[in-house]
Design a protein around this ligand. Structure first.
Ligand SMILES: [Zn+2]
Length: 120
């Protein structure tokens, strides 16, 4: 058996607390913490353990968003490898939301949403 990853256990708990244990896509109870920049594309440590890259989701939404990568990228639920997750708003239950590395989150301004859409 591999050693438990204590850093992951801790950051996962912080992400779930920040999101009130609520799936940020459908509003149901969250069971998973999703990496917006997927682990499969080799995120750095800052993305693996960074709160800006992590959102709480339920299992069903987690699977759905990874099976629909085109719309997930458009909604900021997936983030390209070259982007900085902290600057990419995600569309969820609270509208367009920016997740910060310090564990806070806030509504994105219209200017921030537009700036990001021009990059797509
Ligand atoms: Zn959900």
């Amino acid at each position: 058996m591999s050693k438990p990853d204590h850093q992951w256990i801790q950051i996962r708990r912080l992400a779930l607390e920040r999101d009130d244990g609520t799936c940020q896509v459908c509003g149901g109870p969250a069971s998973d913490v999703h990496h917006r920049k997927p682990r499969s594309i080799g995120p750095s440590t800052v993305d693996r353990y960074g709160l800006a890259n992590l959102v709480s989701v339920c299992r069903r939404c987690h699977q759905a968003l990874e099976h629909r990568p085109m719309s997930s990228f458009e909604l900021g639920r997936l983030v390209h490898a070259s982007a900085v997750s902290e600057r990419i708003p995600m569309f969820g239950i609270d509208g367009w939301t920016l997740y910060a590395q310090d564990g806070t989150k806030r509504r994105a301004t219209p200017g921030e949403i537009n700036a990001w859409k021009h990059l797509c």
